[in-house]
Design a protein around this ligand. Structure first.
Ligand code: AMP
Ligand code: TRP
Length: 333
């Protein structure tokens, strides 16, 4: 299917650590394709979202810079796309307050991510509760048509659509009502150790393959990944662990589904894992090397982020002013 073009696109990634292959296949690969196919793209490192859970201030700057370097290394072009850090654009926090006054408490209570992450509701931060409102304004401030995300974000996108429509109905049409952009097959890459859980940055590091993992790490993690019962692969009876490993193989290598089934049918799990590890090493080593070079030149990395912030601020400020004007605020120029 051809990629959409001539759209405004927004997406965000939390700087909670180096992105993993789940982030890449579920979201970041689509970022690159959408950038290539002539869209106006806004990509944000959402540092305000990532402080909604306990985090370490001492290593936070490194995490933000590593995330930025990884995005550049996989092919985000700061000239073509607008790549910026969320906290460098103050309109996001201000608009969140305005929008939170349009959001029902019960709507936020229903968010499954809040229910999952905020199990102990008495001690969880208010920020985690308001998180989906911040995410909604991220998108709306740029009038995005499309939002490429993994399927864990669909509920947040639904709320964004609800809030945009409510604002438009109450204060006269202002916001574009955005659509999610999801590639089904890889919308959820699962943990290597437990194929019932999604691969995540914050779990056990052996559950995930990070885009900057070394050859040895990749080999070890794939070797120790869980498999289904038996010891050889039967394409007519695919279990969840092999399904996950093979979807990773198919999505990364670009080899077709049928060809992959033929190649691996009847093969032992150890052989299959070896091939998957080699393919991943070949694809990820250039990314790892680029990230290292980019991180060695912090001033150039910061200059890219400054350029992105300047361009993002222009758009966001304009829409924030319009939002306040519709809501009846007095404004000084
Ligand atoms: P996060 O790291 O939570 O900010 O996620 C960044 C993007 O990656 C979002 O669009 C998520 O939906 C997507 N994502 C996160 N984990 C996975 C996963 N295991 N499989 C597919 N997509 C994912
Ligand atoms: N909540 C998203 C996640 O955890 C990150 C995010 C924040 C985002 N703002 C966004 C994604 C706006 C898409 C659009 O993955």
């Amino acid at each position: 299917m051809p990629y959409p073009s001539n759209k405004r696109v927004f997406s965000g990634i939390q700087p909670t650590g180096v992105p993993h292959i789940g982030n890449y296949l579920g979201a970041l690969k689509q970022w690159i394709n959408l950038q290539k196919s002539n869209n106006t793209c806004f990509w944000s490192i959402v540092d305000l979202h990532a402080i909604t859970m306990p985090y370490d201030a001492g290593t936070y700057k490194t995490k933000v810079l590593t995330t930025a370097a990884t995005l550049l290394a996989i092919g985000i072009d700061p000239e073509k796309s607008i790549l910026f850090v969320q906290s460098h654009v103050p309109a996001h926090t201000e608009a969140t307050w305005l929008m939170s006054c349009q959001t029902k408490y019960s709507e936020l209570q229903r968010m499954t991510q809040f229910k999952d992450k905020g199990e102990n509701q008495a001690s969880v931060s208010t920020g985690l509760f308001v998180y989906p409102v911040l995410m909604a304004v991220d998108i709306l401030l740029y009038q995005a048509d499309l939002v490429p995300v993994g399927d864990d974000q669909v509920q947040h996108l639904e709320l964004t659509r609800t809030l945009a429509t409510r604002f438009n109905n109450t204060y006269n049409h202002l916001f574009t009502v955005p659509e999610p952009y999801i590639i089904k097959e890889v919308a959820r890459v699962m943990s290597l150790k437990d194929p019932a859980k999604k691969m995540s940055k914050s779990g056990n590091p052996n559950d995930a393959i990070f885009l900057t993992d070394s050859q040895d790490e990749i080999q070890k993690k794939i070797k120790t990944a869980v498999t289904d019962s038996g010891s050889t692969f039967d394409p007519d009876n695919i279990g969840p662990a092999l399904k996950n490993l093979l979807s990773i193989y198919i999505a990364f290598s670009g080899v077709g589904v049928e060809e992959t089934m033929e190649k691996f049918g009847g093969k032992g799990y150890a052989t299959i894992k070896n091939d998957i590890a080699e393919m991943l090493i070949e694809k990820l080593t250039p990314i790892r090397n680029k990230v290292r070079i980019l991180l060695d030149n912090e001033s150039s990395l910061m200059a890219n982020l400054q350029l992105g912030a300047r361009r993002a601020n222009e758009v966001a400020q304009k829409n924030l002013r319009e939002m306040k004007s519709r809501m009846g605020f007095t404004q000084i120029s």
